[in-house]
Design a protein around this ligand. Structure first.
Ligand code: 6XA
Ligand code: ZN
Length: 343
């Protein structure tokens, strides 16, 4: 399997995040992608190539121009205001406030488009964000050209980013951009299977009213876990999209048998949909030692996930999302890919 990777991912380095009243080192760090790449090479997964560069129009097919513009320019404005460090939002839009009017002020705009305080924008973040999107778009292009499977080693991740919001370490939704690209290249239907520990709220929001992209999520129950405000089992899609969103929330402490059963259910739904291609939002934060997650999967289970995905008998684009147990992140992520390739 070919891996698409850009060293520019390292240009995004969060100075830290505020949790439980403490400013702590970021979990989402460059080392993650470096270790996954090292493992790809160690097992000889296949060729590693760089991304092609896509025009801004590929981004604005999914995202509001105002969001893209903010991600590009926020830090410059931040510095022009005499500030140092990274640009963080500190105020947020709540129900009842104006959603039809984008604030002029930078802090207003960061709060209008951002939804948490763990997703800062540094001087060089945009270059990493754009490279990550290009990696996913390149992977999609390769699937359109006939590859059976491609690994888009994206960083920063994307599945929390919605059409007009960023957060959860995510800025642009790499998987959604890839799905749209597959459709634009001629696929009639695309399924997104999100196996990250967290609900991919951004991906769900983007396609919620559409029936050309099925979105299936296996994740920690939002009653207990981030992102708390989306990802419940009664969210099945809206309008034309009714029936094309499936959420399978699981409780803290979930072990492999229950998780695997949810994957069987997901695979059955994907097969019934009959997609021309599948995008897997690949998070490995379901691992038992993940520092911010509470599922109990073991390294060997990731191989089974890859094998079960291969059984779909569809072209598959793997798009990297979360996973913070850095010591094992390479083995866990690449186990999915070798499990797929060996099937
Ligand atoms: C909040 C937790 C962000 C979750 C990031 C993630 N600080 N999403 O792994 O998949
Ligand atoms: Zn996650």
């Amino acid at each position: 399997m070919i891996t698409v990777f850009s060293p520019d991912h390292a240009l995004h380095q969060s100075p830290g995040e505020l949790i439980y009243s403490e400013f702590v080192p970021a979990f989402e760090k460059p080392e993650r992608a470096a270790l996954i790449l090292a493992r790809v090479k160690e097992v000889g997964l296949g060729e590693v190539r760089g991304p092609d560069v896509f025009p801004a129009e590929a981004l604005t097919k999914i995202h509001a121009p105002g969001l893209v513009n903010l991600l590009m320019t926020a830090h410059e404005e931040w510095v022009a205001m005499g500030r140092t460090g990274a640009a963080y939002p500190y105020t947020w839009a709540a129900r009842g406030m104006r959603a039809d009017r984008v604030p002029k002020n930078l802090d207003g705009r960061l709060g209008f488009y951002g939804f948490d305080c763990g997703t800062p924008i540094t001087a060089t973040s945009w270059r990493a964000i754009k490279a990550s999107a290009d990696v996913a778009l390149t992977g999609a292009e390769m699937i359109s050209a006939g590859e059976r499977a491609v690994f888009a080693l994206c960083r920063p991740p994307g599945h929390h980013a919605g059409s007009d919001h960023f957060g959860g370490y995510c800025f642009l939704n790499n998987a959604a951009l890839a799905a749209q690209k597959l459709l634009d290249d001629g696929a009639r239907r695309v399924a997104i299977l999100d196996v990250d520990y967290h609900h991919g709220n951004g991906t769900q929001q983007i396609f919620y009213r559409r029936n050309d992209v099925l979105v299936v999520n296996i994740h920690a129950d939002p009653d207990e876990e981030y992102p708390y405000m989306l990802g419940f089992s009664d969210e099945s899609g809206e309008a034309a999209g009714e029936g094309f969103n499936l959420n399978l929330p699981l409780p803290w402490g979930t072990q492999w048998p229950e998780w695997r059963a949810a994957l069987e259910t997901s695979i059955a739904r994907v097969l019934a949909f009959g997609p021309d291609a599948v995008v897997v939002s690949l998070g490995v934060d379901t691992y038992k030692n993940d520092p911010i997650s509470k599922f109990r999967l073991e390294s060997e289970h990731f191989m089974v996930i890859g094998r079960m995905t291969a059984n779909l008998m569809k072209p598959v684009l793997f798009v990297m999302e979360g996973g913070y147990a850095v010591a094992e992140i390479g083995v866990n992520a690449v186990n999915v890919l070798t499990g797929f390739d060996d099937s």
